[in-house]
Design a protein around this ligand. Structure first.
Ligand code: ATP
Ligand code: MG
Length: 424
C-alpha cells in the first residue's frame, strides 16, 4: 500500500484543542487592538515576487534564502508571503488608503519562510501584524509600543518579556555609519565569519546581529550607530523615550538592534524573552517611512508583527495558557428513537430562543452512562435528559453538571426560559 501522505515539514496542523486556545489568545489580542481604534485588513497570501524583493531587500535572509517562490501557470513569478508589511503597504496604496489619511490597521494569518524547522521556527507560521500610516511623530511609535505592552499585560506575561529599543536613524545617518563600520571591520576581514564577510559589501549593518561569538567580540570596539544619528533622528528617538518614560514603560536600549528587513529607519524594537532559547523574539517592529515611498506614495509608517506560535510556546512555558472556552453550555442526553428525534428539535428551539447558546446534542446513541460521560467532558453546565415517560408527559429533566444543584423536571414550554435563567 502507498505510504500515507504527510503534511510538509514545518507546516503544522492545529487541532481543535489548540485552536480553542488560539481563539482565546486571538480574542484577547483583538480586544486590545480595538481598544486602540485599530481596524482589520485582510490580504492575499500570494503576491508578485518583486513586491517582497523590493520591499524586504535583495540581500536579506528572507529574500536570499527563505522565500517560497514559484512560477504559476501564466509564467508569472509568485511568492507565498513571508511577512505582511509589504502586502499591507501594497494594498493600502492600491486602494487609496494612503491619500491624506491616517490608518491604524491589523491583520492576522499565515506567513511562509523556508527555514530549518525547530522549536519556535516553522515554515508556515502565524503572525498578527499591526501597521499605521500617515503619522510621522514619535507619538504613534509610543502608542504602538504601549499597545504591544498591553497585549502582554492582558495575557499575564509582562514579567517574561523585555522591550529592546534602538534608533537606526535616517538613511543619511545610516550611510555615514555604514562607511564607518565597513572601515572598522575591514581591518579584521581575516577574522570575520563567512556570512559577515559577505555582508561587509552587501549589508554591513546586519553584521551587528551576527550570532557568531568571534564576530560579536570584534564588534565590541566597533563604532556605535547611535553616535552617528543626525539631529532629527535624535529628536525623534528622544521624543519616543520621553513618552515611554512618562507612561512608565521600562525598556532596554540595544544599540546593536538593527532588524532583518531592509525597510526600517529611525525606531526599531523587539520584545524578547529568555524562556524560549534561540527563538527569543516574540514581537518585532519599527518605523518604515522609506518603504511606502518605495512602493507607492511617500507616507510615514510604523508597525510590528508578533509570532503566534512563539507567543503560545511562551504562554505554555510560563504555565500562563488561558482557559479555553468550554465546548458546550448544555448537553442533550436522549436514548431511544423517539427521544433522539425530539432531542434534535429541542436543541434547535433552544438555539432559536437564545442566540449564542452552545448546545451539544448527543449523536450516535449510547447508554445514559456513556452519554453523561460525554456531557461532562464537553464542559457543559447543564444536561437536558430526555426520557420516554417524561417526554410523553411533555417534560424533560435538567441536571446540573457542575456544583451540587438538584435535578429538576421542567415542562417543555418552560425549557428555554429555564435554561436561560439557569445559565446566568
Ligand atoms: P528571527 O530573528 O527569529 O528569525 P525575524 O527577524 O526573521 O525573526 P520578523 O520578520 O521580524 O522575524 O517577524 C516577526 C516575528 O514573527 C518574529 O519576532 C517571530 O516571533 C515570528 N517569526 C518569524 N519567523 C518565524 C518562523 N520561521 N517561525 C515562527 N515564528 C516566526
Ligand atoms: Mg528570521
Amino acid at each position: 500500500m502507498a505510504k500515507n501522505i504527510q503534511a510538509i515539514r514545518g507546516m503544522n496542523d492545529y487541532l481543535p484543542e489548540e485552536t480553542a486556545l488560539w481563539q482565546r489568545i486571538e480574542g484577547i489580542l483583538k480586544q486590545v487592538l480595538s481598544g486602540y481604534g485599530y481596524s482589520e485588513i485582510r490580504l492575499p497570501i500570494v503576491e508578485q515576487t518583486p513586491l517582497f524583493k523590493r520591499a524586504i531587500g535583495e540581500v536579506t535572509d528572507v529574500v536570499e534564502k527563505e522565500m517560497y517562490t514559484f512560477e504559476d501557470r501564466n509564467g508569472d513569478s509568485l511568492t507565498l508571503r513571508p511577512e505582511g508589511t509589504a502586502s499591507c503597504v501594497r494594498a493600502c496604496d492600491q486602494n487609496g488608503l494612503l491619500h491624506n489619511q491616517l490608518q491604524r490597521l491589523w491583520y492576522a494569518g499565515p506567513m511562509f519562510r523556508h527555514e530549518r524547522p525547530q522549536k519556535g521556527r516553522l515554515r508556515q507560521f502565524h503572525q498578527i501584524g499591526v501597521e499605521t500610516f500617515g503619522m510621522s511623530g514619535p507619538d504613534i511609535d509610543a502608542e504602538l509600543i504601549l499597545l504591544s505592552a498591553r497585549l502582554w499585560k492582558e495575557l499575564g506575561i509582562s514579567e517574561a518579556l523585555t522591550l529592546e529599543l534602538n534608533s537606526i536613524g535616517s538613511s543619511e545617518s545610516r550611510a555615514t555609519y555604514r562607511q564607518a563600520l565597513v572601515d572598522y571591520l575591514g581591518q579584521f576581514k581575516d577574522q570575520l565569519d563567512a556570512d559577515s564577510l559577505r555582508r561587509l559589501d552587501s549589508n554591513p549593518l546586519r553584521i551587528l546581529d551576527s550570532k557568531v561569538p568571534e564576530t560579536q567580540a570584534l564588534l565590541a570596539d566597533a563604532p556605535v550607530l547611535n553616535d552617528y544619528l543626525d539631529e532629527q533622528s535624535k529628536a525623534h528617538f528622544d521624543g519616543l523615550c520621553a513618552r515611554l518614560d512618562a507612561a512608565g514603560l521600562a525598556y532596554t536600549l540595544n544599540p546593536k538592534l538593527v532588524r532583518g528587513l531592509d525597510y526600517y529607519g529611525l525606531t526599531v524594537f523587539e520584545w524578547t524573552t529568555t524562556a524560549l532559547g534561540a527563538q527569543g523574539t516574540v514581537c518585532a517592529g519599527g518605523r518604515y517611512d522609506g518603504l511606502v515611498e518605495q512602493l507607492g506614495k511617500p507616507t510615514p509608517a510604523v508597525g510590528f508583527a508578533m509570532g503566534l506560535e512563539r507567543l503560545c510556546l511562551l504562554l505554555e512555558t510560563l504555565d500562563a495558557l488561558p482557559e479555553p472556552a468550554p465546548l458546550a453550555d448544555v448537553y442533550i442526553v436522549a436514548t431511544g428513537e423517539d427521544c433522539e428525534v425530539r432531542a434534535l428539535s429541542i436543541a434547535e428551539q433552544l438555539r432559536d430562543a437564545q442566540p449564542g447558546i452552545k448546545v451539544l446534542l448527543n449523536c450516535g446513541g449510547g447508554s445514559f452512562k456513556s452519554q453523561f460521560k460525554k456531557a461532562d467532558k464537553s464542559g457543559a453546565v447543564l444536561a437536558i435528559v430526555l426520557g420516554e415517560d417524561e417526554l410523553a408527559a411533555g417534560r424533560v429533566a435538567v441536571k446540573p453538571l457542575r456544583g451540587d444543584g438538584e435535578q429538576q423536571s421542567v415542562a417543555l414550554e418552560e425549557l428555554a426560559n429555564y435554561i436561560e435563567n439557569a445559565l446566568h
